[in-house]
Write a protein that binds this ligand. Structure first.
Ligand code: ADP
Ligand code: MG
Length: 429
């Protein structure tokens, strides 16, 4: 492709994207609402990436240091805009990010669909949250106008979702001063997404806890109105947080659309200070066995997103989703430092113990929930038995087995041994 700033060009989507888009466009999926969550989550990610870059390059923030997301409706023109002042995209990044399928979750989704479970498609869209492309569930044309932080050129990506997209430079005056503006030209049957109360309700319930404030502009020229304040949920007191707030946050951080099986929220104080908000998903994420699949725990430092690549939990706990927010790590923490930092290994240890402790507690107090967790993640947890000698005893207590001698259901080793017939010397499995 061209990397120059002057030419317009039309390109063809990667084959998988075309297929995915076809599904979006022809989706009979009733819960199209998820598109807004996806766009807001991308906008928030972009703001966090900028916050991180700006630690070493503060000039990127210019005179607009506060992250924000704006949702603007234009009912007369059947348009909906989601706008952020985040990191933005270069021409090259636009083609990469909005023309291919990068993320493994979406790839896994496609494989499921290929596997012929077409009847499930509509269910699956909801469970996966297929990212940016979900915009085509409600729009017959999508424009993405972006200006990368620090750049003096801007581009527009545009597509009707039918096989090709165009990228062209646009005059700088027509672009946001920084960041990305996604313009949805709504389908006839999706115009209700310009209704203010609908937008406010959706944004609050799905995305009210993203760490970036959200503003709503009800129609062109209207006064912007704050609808979410960007207070990070994890720094709030446990006692003040409602279960549905945890669930909403779980959905946005985990990209899962079910209920968490278990919520682990605590603040470590003392030598290390950090907040943890983590969830055991209620169902199996589709990329659980993906080879390159890393953990899904995000690392924050004083509410600034740093990376989701810090191996905050051992591999056998890779089904746990959430974040750790450290008060002690330096903001400009580098990759190498993340690998070697003694601070971080102390955090890893603390978080791992806590998660295992929580699982043990659930096993003890709520056998039914624990059986579900084991059903979903037992195979992964079991990897720990030979990967983590130090915690082997602990893990063994968490393990559940099916036993022919005792009928239906899962049992722990202790139970089984307790119920063994006198004289039994061996367990067969
Ligand atoms: P994911 O968010 O899981 O990476 P998406 O399909 O939602 O997948 O988005 C694809 C990519 O497009 C993002 O990873 C990002 O690089 C880019 N992108 C989307 N929206 C924005 C935005 N508002 N600002 C900057 N980049 C964006
Ligand atoms: Mg996304």
């Amino acid at each position: 492709m061209t990397t120059d700033t002057k030419t317009a060009e039309t390109r063809t989507f990667e084959a998988d994207v075309s297929r995915l888009l076809h599904m979006m466009v022809h989706s009979v999926y009733s819960d199209r609402d998820v598109f807004l969550r996806e766009l807001i989550s991308n906008a928030a990610d972009a703001c966090e990436k900028l916050r991180f870059e700006a630690v070493s390059r503060p000039e990127l923030l210019g005179d607009d240091p506060k992250p924000r997301i704006t949702i603007a409706a234009d009912p007369d023109n059947k348009e909906l805009v989601v706008d952020d002042n985040g990191i933005g995209m270069s021409r090259y990044e636009m083609a990469e990010a909005l023309g291919t399928i990068a993320r493994s979750g979406t790839r896994a989704f496609m494989e499921r669909v290929e596997a012929g479970k077409a009847a499930e498609d509509t269910q699956l869209i909801g469970q996966f949250g297929v990212g940016f492309y979900s915009a085509f569930m409600v729009a017959d044309r999508v424009d993405v106008i972006s200006r990368q932080a620090g750049s003096d050129v801007a581009f527009r990506w545009s597509s009707d979702g039918k096989g090709t997209y165009e990228i062209a430079p646009i005059p700088i005056e027509a672009a946001p001063r920084r960041g990305t503006r996604v313009v949805l030209h709504l389908m006839e049957d999706a115009t209700s997404y310009t209704t203010p109360y609908r937008l406010e309700g959706l944004a609050k319930s799905q995305s009210g806890h993203v760490p970036v404030p959200i503003t709503l502009v009800e129609k062109p020229g209207a006064e912007p109105r704050d609808i979410a304040d960007g207070t990070a949920l994890w720094v709030r007191q446990k006692s003040e947080i409602k279960p549905e707030e945890y669930t909403d946050f779980y959905r946005s951080v985990a990209g899962q659309y079910d209920e968490p099986a278990s919520t682990i929220h605590f603040r470590a104080e003392g030598r290390q200070e950090y907040n943890v908000l983590a969830f055991v998903p209620g169902s199996r994420p589709f990329d659980l066995f993906d080879q390159d699949r890393k953990g899904r725990m995000k690392l924050y430092v004083r509410r600034v997103f740093i990376t989701d690549d810090a191996d905050l939990l051992p591999r056998y706990l890779r089904f746990v989703r959430g974040l750790v927010d450290s008060a002690d790590l330096p903001l400009n923490v580098s990759r190498e430092m993340i690998q070697e930092s003694p601070l971080l290994s102390a955090i890893r240890k603390g978080v791992t113990n806590r998660v295992l402790g929580d699982l043990a507690k659930t096993a003890e107090n709520d056998a039914e929930t624990y059986a579900k967790i084991w059903e979903n993640f037992g195979v992964v947890l079991k990897e720990g038995l030979y990967e983590d000698y130090e915690r082997r005893e602990q893990l063994l207590k968490l393990a559940r087995f099916r036993s022919t001698a005792s009928g239906e259901g899962w049992r722990s080793l202790a139970d089984y041994v307790g119920a063994m017939k006198e004289g039994q010397k061996a367990i067969f499995f």
